[in-house]
Design a protein around this ligand. Sequence first.
Ligand code: KG4
Ligand code: ZN
Length: 340
Amino acid sequence: MEKDILILAIESSCDETAAAVVKNGRTVLSNVISSQIALHTLYGGVVPEIASRKHIEKINQVVKEALKEAEVTLEDIDAIGVTYGPGLVGALLVGVAEAKAISYAAKKPLVGVHHIEGHVSANFIEHPDLEPPFLCLIVSGGHTHLVIVKDYGKYEIIGRTHDDAAGEAFDKVARAIGLGYPGGPKVDKLAKEGKKDAIAFPRANIADAPYDFSFSGVKSAVLNHLNYCEMKKEEIKKADIAASFQEAVVDALVTKTMAAAKDYKLKKVALAGGVASNSSLREAMGKACEKRGLKLYYPSPILCTDNAAMIGAAAYYEYLNGTRHGLDLNAVPNLKIGQR
Ligand code: KG4
Ligand code: ZN
């Protein structure tokens, strides 16, 4: 039997301070997440300066807890995986500095990980049968991409958003109808009480780019609808707005993903990122995949939003591929997918 590979993973790209220990890329021994959401809610969104400070306060404790829960010591760890981009520069720097310090002190290799590649890899954790190639729809607060995962660590981007990310649109619409931050889960919940065909919000199609997305139109349409109701003194039906908006976004995501799966002849589809926990997206994508004989994968909600277990999964495959970073590793706020 081959020796188990243990990765200590660290994630601090936005508003969660997280550390995890992952065995052989697929088994989570611990997954500790210290969320700052309650703090940022006061301001209606993530305040970068506050995020960095909170990361500094929490990071040592979170790493210690992750080792303790996994019942391992630094001695047992084979490599340190860390998110080095994309994300908020000050926030990323805290995790990167922590990982470098541990790597230096414990003499363990350092493996920098792309945050979004981490989201994709979250699918490996609960689906031992999932192997590339597969199509992955990445829908987070900052990114919306359709990628072909050709092999572990090998990605081809075939679609992207031209403006807002899907999660960003959810957050902005939630703010407009007074639901607060973070908006996605709140819209998801309220939409269950509304009619998804109450208001016909637009689905954008981009000429010559069949797998690209645009969500600024549907967001503006929601704002226009709210203004119209106010001017006409009509009742604002928040649940109907939430349901109809969500339907427009989900429809666009499902239609384009199905077109890509057909054109590229891919039989497996995965969802990744915070919006992948949206109940309507999971349901609609599930139905669409079933109809076409495709297999759909998505992580549990806790592994969809930011966490370090997914970084550990991605770091494992990077480690096997030979990726090693030096102590000069820096945070790269606009790191591109596939960039090493
Ligand atoms: O992947 P993530 O945790 O952070 C980034 O890397 O951006 O995604 C956070 C985003 C937020 O925009 C949040 O509103 C959205 O994911 N989100 C959801 C749901 N849960 C989280 N959007 C729609 N429905 C949900 N249930
Ligand atoms: Zn994320």
